[in-house]
Design a protein. Structure first.
Length: 232
C-alpha cells in the first residue's frame, strides 16, 4: 500500500524487507459464496469500505506516517571542514540518518558514508553537496537528497514541507542561512523519507571550518522538527 508518496525521485531507493504490521492486515477471514441481488452487492460494498477505512488508519490520517515515533528529535551543533583544502583526517560530511560527522568516502560496498558534504568556494561561501553530486559514478547509487532554502529562521521551522525540494543539486550558503532537507534512506520501508533542518552558524576561512546547527526527525515519514518526540 502506498500512502501519498512525496514528490521526490525514488529511482535509487533500496527497499528494506519488513514484516507486515498489525495495522495492515484485515483481522477477518471471510468466505463468500456467489450471491445474487442486493445482498451480495451490499456485502461487497461493506468489505470495500472496511478496506478503505483501514488504509486511512495505516497512513496515519493521510499524513504520510507509518506507526508511531520512537526516536527523539535533538538539536545539535556540529563542526565540519571544507572538503577541499583540508586534511583527510577532518570531517567534511554529515550522515543524517545516524547524525554522524564523517570524512566523505566511497565504501567497499560501493556506497558512500554521507548524505551531505561541505565545501567553501572561492568567495567564502559554504557549498552543500549532496552525495550524488560528489560521487555520481559510485557502484551503488548514493541516497537521494532534496534541499530547499527556508524563508524563516531555524527555530520557526516546526514541521517540514512535503514538497518543493530540489533533488541532488548543490546549494550555496552564507552564515545564518537555513535549509530543510528530505532524505531517502533504505532504512525506511515503503519509500518514506526522513526530514531535517540545518542552519549555517559560522564560516572560518582561515582554517576552512564550518559550524552548523541541525535537527533530524529520524522517524520514517514524520515531518515534525521540534525538540522531543514528534507526533506528526
Amino acid at each position: 500500500m502506498q500512502c501519498g508518496t512525496p514528490e521526490v525521485s525514488f529511482a535509487a531507493l533500496i527497499m528494506s524487507p519488513a514484516a507486515p504490521s498489525s495495522s495492515s492486515i484485515l483481522p477477518l477471514s471471510v468466505s463468500i459464496s456467489p450471491t445474487r441481488g442486493a445482498h451480495g452487492r451490499a456485502l461487497m460494498i461493506s468489505l470495500g469500505a472496511a478496506v478503505v477505512a483501514l488504509a486511512f488508519t495505516a497512513c496515519g490520517n493521510n499524513d504520510d506516517i507509518i506507526g508511531v515515533a520512537t526516536t527523539q528529535n535533538t538539536e545539535r551543533t556540529n563542526t565540519v571542514y571544507a572538503l577541499s583544502g583540508t586534511p583527510a583526517s577532518l570531517p567534511a560530511g554529515y550522515f543524517f540518518v545516524t547524525e554522524t560527522l564523517v570524512r566523505p568516502q566511497l565504501l567497499s560496498t560501493g556506497g558512500v558514508n554521507f548524505e551531505i558534504a561541505f565545501d567553501i568556494d572561492s568567495q567564502g561561501r559554504v557549498q552543500l553537496l549532496p552525495a550524488r553530486v560528489v560521487a555520481p559514478d559510485s557502484p551503488n547509487a548514493p541516497p537521494s537528497v532534496g534541499i530547499q532554502q527556508s524563508t524563516v529562521g531555524f527555530d520557526a521551522i516546526t514541521r517540514a514541507p512535503d514538497r518543493n525540494y530540489v533533488s541532488d543539486s548543490t546549494f550555496t550558503a552564507q552564515a545564518g542561512d537555513t535549509f530543510i532537507l528530505q532524505l531517502v534512506t533504505s532504512g525506511c520501508t515503503f519509500g518514506y523519507p526522513i526530514y531535517a533542518k540545518l542552519r549555517i552558524d559560522s564560516i572560518n576561512l582561515a582554517d576552512r571550518r564550518i559550524v552548523f546547527t541541525s535537527m533530524v526527525d529520524r522517524n520514517c515519514g514524520f515531518r515534525g522538527l521540534m525538540a522531543g518526540l514528534p507526533t506528526n
